[in-house]
Design a protein around this ligand. Structure first.
Ligand SMILES: Cc1ncc(COP(=O)(O)O)c(C=O)c1O
Length: 458
């Protein structure tokens, strides 16, 4: 029988994460503090534990994964690499399509890959409680799972529209012992202000971040910290276990090179995870394209300027150098809740500016069409976020067919959609529409960036 899954044993799991910051041809710009000057690592100490801040600013190429983290990873890692033979056949493409299946774990997405080490490093630092935000609920679930494994307290501010659309994710978080409340909430100063300014606000990741950061920094015991599920350098770092495993698995499949690497992008972590270990090959001259994919309704990478911007709506975070729609951006309620963030990881923004990553956007309906084709060939029902990577992979497989090229395409299957079936229901009933961000709204949203420091030209 032909092999369709390439698997590694627990002992073959990578023992170190890969840090692309060691290999960028040009260093990244620093984040800025409230005074507009480069941020000193200690300024982040009220928000994150120092051991994670060290990873955030590190330029070491390899960072050891602690034994205890490896043991927790082993609950679900290594994840399988699949060859999408049925999809290839349906498309009649000469391309060989592989996907790394990050949906096979208790939380259902790639997010535990960083939730587990983040909770672990917080615990080692003496922290008892972690606060966070969540969009679609995948990140909140992952952190709730990690905190339950490590017996820590967890509080999750969930974007109101998702809280209402996805009650099962809240129940998953509660089953793992976390407290989950809708944001904006009356529990914080920033939440109360949002509620009085915008009483019917559907919420946004930016708002929920403000609430979670506020709760962490205002705990007088000093035993609470905040945790972010994407965007920051240490999160990208933890996710590289995906691409490091995939490299070994592609070798098992007999592939000597990859031509296309594709991932969907919200804050950027699953894309970073699959692609960063291969970006080093690209920097060293390999012939490949690395393609981050986003929704056309939230076009952070494909339309937004590169700017300094806050990571949250209430302007509590440092200023990050990133492509951004502006921190007041109110995302339209598309179903890929995890892709509705106004900014994108500074590392990915830097890679785009250096020409390493070639971003692209797709409309919601094209993504659902791709997701359904995938479900009806490969069997697994994708998360709406993941469908963007699938749309990209299908496009590349069709191009390979037109050009008669036997390309190797690798994409990250970031999560399953079993908790997101409402979006499928609306799609089948013809009630979903495309919403490419109108130019007027885009211009209004990025106007806020004019007041912020300008990054140096590339
Ligand atoms: C399944 C899935 N994929 C992708 C994303 C996007 O996040 P990131 O860009 O950090 O991978 C999310 C975010 O919630 C998600 O749940």
């Amino acid at each position: 029988m032909e092999t369709t899954k390439f698997v590694l044993t627990e002992n073959e799991m990578p023992r170190q994460w890969y840090n692309l910051n060691a290999d960028f041809p040009k260093p990244m710009l620093p984040p800025l503090g409230p005074d507009g000057k480069p941020l000193a690592p200690e300024q982040l100490a009220p928000v994150f534990p120092m051991n994670l801040i060290e990873q955030e600013v590190s330029t070491d190429r390899w960072i050891d994964i602690p034994e205890e983290v490896l043991r927790m990873y082993a609950i679900y890692r290594p994840s399988p690499l699949h060859r999408a033979r049925a999809l290839e056949q349906a498309l009649g493409t000469p391309a060989r399509i592989y996907y790394k299946n990050e949906s096979v774990n208790p939380a259902g997405s790639h997010k535990p890959n960083t939730a587990i080490p983040q909770a672990y490093f917080n615990k080692v630092f003496g922290i008892k409680k972690i606060t966070t935000e969540t969009g679609a609920g995948q990140w909140g679930c992952a952190l709730a799972l990690a905190c339950s494994l490590l017996k820590m307290e967890c509080k999750v501010y969930m974007v109101r529209i998702s809280f209402e659309q996805k009650p099962f994710r809240r129940l998953m978080m509660e089953t793992w012992g976390a407290k989950c409340i809708p944001s904006p909430s009356p529990e914080t100063n920033s939440g109360r202000k949002f509620l009085s300014d915008f009483p019917d606000a559907p919420g946004s990741l930016g708002m929920a971040i403000s609430e979670a950061v506020e709760e962490a920094v205002s705990d007088s015991t000093g035993k609470t910290r905040y945790s972010l599920g994407s965007v920051l350098n240490h999160v990208m770092l933890h996710q590289t276990i995906i691409g490091l495993e995939a490299k070994k698995q592609l070798a098992l499949a007999g592939e000597k090179k990859v031509d296309r690497i594709i991932g969907c992008v919200g804050g950027g972590s699953n894309f970073a995870g699959i692609s960063f270990p291969f970006a080093l090959d690209l920097i060293n001259g390999a012939d490949m394209e690395i393609i981050p994919v986003e929704p056309s309704s939230c076009p952070t990478m494909t339309r937004s300027p590169f700017s300094y911007d806050f990571g949250d709506t209430a302007e509590m975070t440092p200023l990050l150098p990133m492509h951004s729609l502006g921190h007041m951006f109110m995302p339209p309620p598309i179903h890929a809740g995890g892709l509705r963030y106004h900014g994108v990881s500074p590392m990915i923004s830097h890679g785009i500016n250096l020409g390493l990553f070639k971003p692209r956007s797709y409309d919601q309906l094209d993504c659902y069409e791709a997701a359904v084709q995938f479900a009806r060939t490969e069997g697994i029902i994708p998360a709406p976020e993941t469908s963007h990577a699938i749309a990209g992979a299908i496009d590349e497989a069709r191009k390979a067919k037109e050009e008669g090229k036997e390309r190797v395409i690798l994409f990250n299957f970031s999560g399953h959609g079993l908790m997101d079936l409402r979006g499928y229901d609306l799609y089948f009933r013809g009630e979903l529409v495309n919403y490419p961000l109108p130019e007027e709204e885009f211009k209004k949203s990025i106007a806020v960036l004019n007041k912020l420091p300008k990054p140096a030209k590339y």
